[in-house]
Design a protein around this ligand. Structure first.
Ligand SMILES: NC(=O)c1ccc[n+]([C@@H]2O[C@H](COP(=O)([O-])OP(=O)(O)OC[C@H]3O[C@@H](n4cnc5c(N)ncnc54)[C@H](OP(=O)(O)O)[C@@H]3O)[C@@H](O)[C@H]2O)c1
Length: 260
């Protein structure tokens, strides 16, 4: 039986580990990101280690028509997508009004608009086929408002809310949607988001491989949401909701401040 996964942001970090994990289970892959060299290296590695087929589609998913271009390129391969993993995203540190507006709008385009478009286009095909699994990579940031990363935290709140809502619409049509909400993970994310030197990234980091396995397994089990770390899950689900909002804003701001 065909078992093809489309994974965005597969050139590094959690996305690359999701591709490795899916390949280890014998599934074919369509992988995408901007860096073609990294995608080609992953294709060679996975095809020789697992005897599967990997298609690479290097493109910028953050442009207005990025998702439509990806969908057209996937269709041109003649493959249908059994698993959609929306993983590509980036963050950005700083006071909102002091950041370039264009950077935050680009973040919304990738983290939110492209994800929504792919869920719509590929989700519609899955509904027509009567089956499919979608994993949307969100973040623990979905549970909190995030001073010094205001737009990023808000994009992840969107991803978790949207994922659960469409699961509620699609589950009885054979399509499940899971939101993976990791805490801090050791990837290129912190450098890209300019978070180095903050308390957020000086603490314990999960490995991208462990987070990928956690999210993939939860998706296959049809779970609604999953947090990779039990202690963090307890704090976010059972302590944070009862704390005063201002206290939480101060806590998150402090975590993301840089020593001057
Ligand atoms: N690391 C963490 O602490 C953490 C915590 C919670 C949630 N997350 C989430 O985990 C997911 C993966 O992040 P990561 O930690 O693995 O970070 P990462 O190593 O920086 O990976 C991000 C991926 O997104 C791709 N990407 C970025 N901009 C793109 C664009 N315009 N078009 C196409 N692809 C683009 C990158 O590839 P190219 O540069 O080659 O395009 C890369 O493959 C994200 O959704 C992130 O929000 C991360």
């Amino acid at each position: 039986m065909a078992n093809t996964a489309l994974i965005t942001g597969a050139s590094s970090g959690i996305g690359r580990e999701l591709a490795r994990y899916h390949a280890s289970k014998g599934g074919d892959l369509i992988i995408t990101a901007r860096r073609a060299t990294e995608l080609d290296a992953l294709k060679s590695e996975l095809e020789s280690n697992h005897g599967i087929t990997v298609t690479t589609i290097p493109l910028d998913l953050g442009t207005t028509d990025g998702a439509a271009k990806l969908y057209a390129a996937v269709n041109a391969t003649g493959q249908s997508v059994d698993i959609l993993i929306n993983n590509a995203a980036f963050g950005g540190h700083g006071i909102f009004t002091e950041r370039e507006l264009s950077a935050d709008l680009a973040m919304i385009n990738l983290n939110v608009c492209a994800l929504v478009a792919l869920c719509h286009m590929i989700g519609s095909d899955m509904v027509a086929n009567g089956s499919g699994r979608i994993l949307n990579v969100s973040s623990t940031a979905a549970h909190l408002a995030g001073p010094l990363q205001a737009t990023y935290f808000a994009t992840k709140a969107f991803v978790s809310s949207f994922s659960q809502a469409i699961d509620g619409e699609l589950r009885d049509k054979g399509v499940t949607v899971t939101a993976l909400e990791p805490g801090y993970v050791a990837t290129e994310f912190a450098a890209v988001a300019d978070l180095e030197g903050t308390d957020l990234v000086s603490g314990k980091a999960a490995s991208p491989a462990s987070v990928a396995k956690c999210g993939y397994d939860a998706m296959m089990d049809g779970k609604l949401t999953v947090i990779n770390d039990r202690k963090l899950a307890f704090q976010l689900n059972w302590i944070m909701p009862f704390l005063p909002r201002r206290m939480k804003l101060n806590f998150v701001r402090k975590m993301q401040e840089k020593a001057t």
